[in-house]
Design a protein around this ligand. Structure first.
Ligand code: AGP
Length: 606
């Protein structure tokens, strides 16, 4: 995701835009740029790096004017670079874009055949050319934008300047956030209201398909049917600090709630809904000739690898090895030519995972990187890249990146299965329908977050937690324990539920809380008997179970019920209460939730 700021009014725009972009850096910070109407020309300054770099560059070439647009980028198409930074300019048109244009390659090829030349690798640049072509045909700015956007598939929030129309800004949106502000000194547009709050609390929230025309003292909105629309302004009374987290108390909580969106963005454009197949053009490898598959990662990403193993073996019937990044290179791995090493890393910079990739490549294997940061080190050295689209994850404790990793692994497993013909079409159809339905189920689950707050209060004095699960939910027990450890500093251990009788059950005593994943699946009866083992020895049970289960409530002390989904997709739901329980325990303990002690967001040392 990226950040957009635009303003037109009676004040100089530059400082308003730069200050606003700084507040939006959490949305992306690999490059930034600004375009200002200055002496009736639209002047653009952009650079790789953060807003501080942009400030330095602007200081060298002063810009002044009362109408402008700005952008801070989280690269999805095209590496982080000055050329790929927004704004993009083509003749009359200067544009900034936040979102993903899924069909940009086809449109770009058509435009190139018509003689258009592009300077960037981005999807966004095509929009400047499309709007310009319409203007040349005598269309109005609104018509030009409407006609151009009608060709696109995907998501967008855009702001644009047209040189012949100084002191006006046009905006449009489709499934990407954009808020408008109307103040005493001008009008504003931004990816979130944080950037606008210092100038006005009167906000307008346009709807998907709206085209908005901003001038210094008015905002006109044309809806998707071409009619003038009234969007009632709302007065926002948030304080700026709270607003930066979109009203959430911590980035971690905000990112937990973003997961329906980040999972959707990760599978967006990758599922053929007619043939119920998966399209991964970025993985241009010969799937039929793959030998062994190794999944290597660290921390939470390693637990995603364990789930990936389950998915690939179940769907594609290929054996999969999993390794912790810091162990792989020291165990003389048998990986060889023809094998595939799939690394999983949110940051793409984790030293141990990077070293594992290099070790595998040294032994002749090819590398696929599943990462959330475009062109970070690990994707850069890997032969193939499968990116998650979770957007910047600011909280040190990984949440939305984890569910995005599972989504990417699911797509990878399905692609492998397709190439090996191991799945009947009917099964594929059912599973893909369930995948498409998942974001709304995730939304349903996180909307009951307050129930986990109630449970967390009950165990505020606990000094230890046990987490147990079976099958595909066993790695979720491990992840739940890690979340509890890393943000609330309470000792927690995850185990396969069947292991309890081999030792851990000795830990059970009065008041020791055990979190049990007991969703209705083939292993339900077994997990219930494990749960009874714990209960009968005085343990407290917090059960993560299925809606409609009227048995588990008789045994568990606390219950959180999940909507049903396909067994293979359960981790994308069962992890949510785990994240929320750890979050609220940490809030009650008063720890630094977003930046826990001793931890870093990216562990770039061994
Ligand atoms: C997760 O909550 C932790 N912050 C940590 O375990 C993290 O998953 C691990 O360091 C791996 O990071 P990566 O995904 O960026 O490689």
């Amino acid at each position: 995701m990226c950040g957009i700021v635009a303003c037109v009014g009676r004040e100089d725009s530059l400082e308003i835009i730069l200050d606003g972009l700084k507040k939006l850096e959490y949305r992306g910070y690999d490059s930034a740029g600004v375009a200002i109407f200055s002496d009736d020309k639209v002047k653009v300054v952009k650079t790789r790096g953060k807003i501080a770099n942009l400030r330095k560059k602007v200081a060298e070439q002063p810009l002044s004017g009362n109408c402008g647009i700005g952008h801070t980028r989280w690269a999805t198409h095209g590496s982080p670079s000055t050329l790929n930074a927004h704004p993009h300019q083509y003749e009359q048109v200067t544009i900034v874009h936040n979102g993903i244009i899924e069909n940009y390659a086809k449109i770009k090829a058509n435009l190139e055949e018509q003689g258009n030349k592009f300077v960037s690798e981005t999807d966004s640049e095509i929009l400047a050319h499309l709007v310009q072509a319409n203007l040349l045909q005598g269309k109005t700015p609104v018509q030009s934008l409407q006609n151009s956007l009608a060709l696109l598939e995907g998501t967008w929030a855009v702001a644009l300047l047209i040189e012949e129309q100084p002191h006006k800004i046009w905006c449009a949106l489709n499934q990407s956030p954009l808020v408008l502000g109307k103040g005493r000194n001008g009008t504003y547009a931004s990816s979130d209201l944080t950037a606008v709050l210092p100038y006005t609390r009167e906000m307008i929230f346009p709807e998907d398909g709206d085209i908005c025309e901003l001038s210094s003292d008015s905002i006109k909105i044309i809806d998707k049917d071409g009619n003038q629309a009234e969007r009632a302004p709302q007065i926002i009374d948030w304080n700026p600090v709270v607003a930066e987290k979109a009203g959430f108390k911590h980035f971690m909580l905000k990112e937990i709630h973003e997961q329906p969106r980040s999972v959707t963005d990760t599978f967006r454009g990758k599922i053929d809904r007619e043939n119920f197949t998966v399209k991964l053009p970025e993985l241009d490898l010969d799937f039929s000739s793959i030998g062994n598959i190794y999944l290597v990662a660290c921390g939470t990403s390693y637990y995603a690898a364990l789930i990936g193993k389950f998915l690939i073996e179940r769907l594609a019937r290929i054996p999969v090895y999993t390794d912790i990044g810091s162990e792989f290179r020291y165990r003389q791995p048998l990986i060889k030519q023809g094998d595939l090493l799939v690394s999983i890393s949110q940051s793409g910079e984790t030293a141990d995972t990077l070293a594992a990739v290099k070790e595998a490549q040294k032994r002749g294997a090819k590398a696929v990187s599943i990462s959330n940061v475009l062109n970070s080190q690990i994707p850069r050295i890997s032969q193939f890249q499968l990116y998650t689209h979770a957007g910047p994850e600011i909280g040190v404790a990984s949440t939305k990146a984890f569910t995005a990793q599972i989504t990417a692994l699911l797509l990878f497993a399905l692609k492998l299965a397709q190439n090996r013909g191991t799945l009947q079409r009917k099964f594929r159809e059912e599973l893909i329908q369930e995948i498409l339905a998942l974001p709304s189920l995730m939304h349903q689950v996180v909307s009951h977050a307050s129930h986990l707050n109630v449970i967390a209060r009950r165990y505020g004095n606990a000094r230890d937690f046990l987490y147990i699960g079976r099958g595909i939910n066993y790695p979720i027990a491990l992840e739940g324990a890690l979340k509890m450890k890393e943000i609330s500093y309470i000792h927690a251990e995850g185990y396969p539920a069947g292991e309890m009788k081999h030792g851990p059950i000795a830990l059970i005593e009065d008041g020791l809380p055990t979190v049990v994943i007991a969703t209705k699946n083939d292993l339900y009866e077994k997990i219930v008997s494990n749960l009874v083992e714990v209960k009968s020895r005085g343990g407290q049970i917090i059960a993560i179970a299925s809606q409609g289960d009227d048995q588990i409530g008789e045994i568990a002390n606390d219950l959180f019920l999940l909507p049903p989904t396909h067994y293979l997709l359960e981790p994308l739901l069962t992890v949510l209460p785990m994240q929320l329980l750890a979050y609220y325990m940490a809030v009650h303990k008063g720890t630094d939730v977003d930046q826990p002690r001793n931890l870093a967001k990216s562990v770039t040392v061994e």
